[in-house]
Design a protein around this ligand. Structure first.
Ligand SMILES: NCc1[nH]cc(CCC(=O)O)c1CC(=O)O
Ligand SMILES: [Mg+2]
Length: 331
């Protein structure tokens, strides 16, 4: 394509007014693109602030319906749920994950009662339920067992689907679990329950506040590098995505978000499937810390970061700033 050159071409012309900038904007962000992660906890009338996530709280089940109504009113289409399991229910094998009346399942039902047409996404992994904080079954050497964990994840996903989850999202990074979950959902009559695979999930230092929020941080022994990806790798992310798609994932996720926009872009270009990003807890905390330090404007930082995900190729973004961003976008 041949283009004019200066001065016939002045790229600043279309930038000179707000209406013109809006006309040529290549990327759009709306509340419908946002998935709002929520933390649930036991108790009655509880809104319990998470210290390392200023502005984010854990909600008791009796309050979660009101939060869902707020999300719906803001135009947010989907909620992602994470439980802070009581300490005495966390075991070596994480069996509370399979309890049809666990916090997660009660939260799903409460949300569906309050707002039947909002999407509910559930995390499939054992870390909020294990006494050691790992996402799967740990052997005597501390290694997280793949196939044995996968069997439990299948059962966990089924329990969530039976409680009403619309999207199950395995975040554990075991090999082969997407195919196993898909087969079980089909056999169990949950044909329209989607799988959003956390396909390229990196072993990251940005998850700290999340582990505080679900109460697994203090428990975690060692790190997750024997199952989550090495941040040095990008080709490997493409292989992970290829496998999950072949196994039946409806959409894939890259996590964390902003430091991994290159991965998002490569996945989108290679596979042309819906790609989601998780702007994780440490990213949220960095923005809030910058705001608290007077180093930036919250509204501007939030909208710029979320729009960058869309520009990189994301269909949607999981973000703790979802409600705030939706309010800003409502104008
Ligand atoms: N399976 C656990 C899980 N699901 C989502 C997050 C992190 C999300 C965040 O930091 O906001 C994690 C943490 C981890 O892998 O240790
Ligand atoms: Mg994988």
């Amino acid at each position: 394509m041949t283009q004019a050159s200066f001065p016939a071409l002045r790229l600043r012309r279309t930038r000179a007014s707000a209406w013109s900038r809006a006309l040529v904007a290549e990327t759009h962000l709306s509340p419908a693109h946002l998935i709002w992660p929520l933390f649930v906890t036991e108790g009655q009338g509880v809104t319990d602030p998470v210290k390392t996530l200023p502005g984010v709280s854990r909600h008791s089940i009796d309050r979660i319906g009101a939060v869902a109504k707020e999300a719906k009113a803001l135009g947010i289409g989907c909620l992602a749920l994470f439980p802070n399991t009581p300490r005495d229910l966390r075991t070596h094998d994480g069996r509370e994950a399979l309890n049809p009346d666990n916090l997660m399942c009660r939260a799903i039902r409460a949300i569906k009662d309050a707002v039947p047409d909002i999407g509910v996404l559930t995390d499939v992994a054992l870390d909020p339920y294990t006494s050691h904080g790992h996402d799967g079954l740990v052997d005597a050497t501390g290694y997280v067992l793949n196939d044995e964990t996968s069997e439990l994840l299948v059962a966990q996903a089924l329990v969530q689907a039976e409680a009403g989850a619309d999207i199950v999202a395995p975040s554990d990074m075991m090999d082969g679990r997407v195919g196993a979950i898909r087969a079980a959902l089909e056999a169990g009559g949950h044909r329209n329950v989607q799988i959003m695979a956390y396909s390229a999930k990196y072993a990251s230092a940005f998850y700290g506040p999340f582990r505080d929020a679900v109460g697994s941080g203090g428990l975690l022994k060692g790190d997750k590098r024997a199952y989550q990806m090495d941040y040095a790798n990008a080709e490997e992310a493409l292989r992970e995505v290829a496998l999950d798609l072949a196994e039946g994932a409806d959409s894939v996720m890259v996590k964390p978000g902003l430091p991994y926009l290159d991965i998002i872009r490569r996945v989108k270009e290679r596979f042309e499937v819906p790609v989601f990003a998780y702007q994780v807890s440490g990213e949220y905390a960095m923005i809030e810390a910058a705001v608290a330090a007077g180093a930036g404007d919250r509204d501007a930082l939030v909208l710029e970061a979320l729009t960058a995900f869309r520009r990189a190729g994301c269909s949607g973004i999981l973000t703790y700033h979802a409600a705030h961003a939706a309010r800003l976008l409502a104008g």
